[in-house]
Design a protein around this ligand. Sequence first.
Ligand code: CS2
Length: 500
Amino acid sequence: MTIENTIVLNQANLPSLPKSITVPNYDRSKVTSGIVHIGVGGFHRSHEAFYTDEYMQQSGDLSWGICGVGLREGDRKMQSILKDQDYLYTLIVRHPNGQVENRVIGCLTDFLLSCDAPQKVVDKMASDETKIVSLTITEGGYNFNPVTDEFDFTHPDVVHDLANPGSPRLVFGYLAAALKVRKDAGKKPFTVQSCDNIQHNGNMTRKMLLAYVGQFDQDLAEWISQNVAFPNAMVDRITPATTPADMAYLADEVGVKDNWPVVCEPFIQWIIEDKFSDARPMWEQVGAQFVTDVTPYEKMKIRLLNAGHSVLGILGSIEEQETIDGAVQEPLFARYLRLFMDSEVTPILDPVDGIDLTEYKDVLFERFANPNIKDNLSRICLESSSKVSTFLLPTLLQNLANGGEIKCATLVIAAWCYYSDKQVNKNGKALDINDVMSADLHKAAQQTANDPLAFLQLDSIFAEVKKQPRFVTEYQKQIEALYANSDIKSQMQDVLAQAQ
Ligand code: CS2
């Protein structure tokens, strides 16, 4: 059934929205923004904003609105759509059985674009009302060299920011400027809360910020290191990119016109270290878990879920798979992924309090197979250079160090070379590759026909792993077979057969 009259999503229309969509029960005009969030993409909107909206609904504490910040020109579209909708958007939660829950999230209060008004962003972060600055800036946004884990001062944006502190491009310039205002005013700092898929994401943020600030203001760096809390956290909710079909669904079947809704799975998890510089929302009242040490949880999640995604993403892309659910429903891919998880990841995980790893993996397979979450492999393979370095190589290195299995992960690296070289799937369809390193990846991969180890020359990714003869031998075997036969499936079968 198609609904004839759609209602535009905005504040004035909230009371007239159809009953099938849940709306905020709190008075949005009373919300103040205790949180500034940098990187308002789908994931932030399905995760931290969901928890915060739910918390404000349940507690009536309205001091935790979120002011969004975009650091890139590419954020303008989101900013303009959300502004037109009074910062409201719909969260569409799709269950595997077809059930759908639609909910309007009301906790976003504003959206600033740093390229338009850098000082406004600093002022907002420095204002007394702000207690937390949270981040989803992707793995690449932390600007660390994945081999050394040190801040990359050679990055052109860093060079720019050090020369132009009044109009920085990267997050560190804003954090530094706003924290300096707090320090100079003798005030408490805000908490800096990373929500990205990096192990010890808080420690990493701290280390990168201190390295950056240490370049020009030792006193500030010292004050940050003494006073600012950077809680580590594990974040989880699969959130595919929004498609025109999602907007059409809302308009035609629900009767709401929303120009940028978010779709996600029902599963949600947030495990956070309870160390904050100042007040925080009691997110534990709405399902988040506070712990003293998040290390085992984040390792489990990143090495199983995120790396599992990359395994399916890279192998599936050079076949003819389009989505995660499609890939995992193919028995060969499912068996391969399970072997990777069981034989290469599980042995290196630490015991995780309250979690049965077999059950955790079973649930992951159910989540990946949700037929109503069309998580495109092009999203999964976005910025693979950061993802492989963060999600997969640490596992490989650990297995190399302690004699563990490496075949599944090594074939994924060989497949990534093939993918970067050919840039098409097995039917000749062009792959949608988005990676800051894509030109370098392509160039190195193209040399493979002459030198089977050419791809490993990319030192910023492979410097450590290529020092390991066991890896190099296995990689060479895999890459030669792949270039000789162009048949990834038979190689996946070989790896499975050898494991029996
Ligand atoms: C994905 C993540 O992009 C990726 O690599 O693995 O976006 C993943 O869907 C989320 O981390 C789920 O919590």
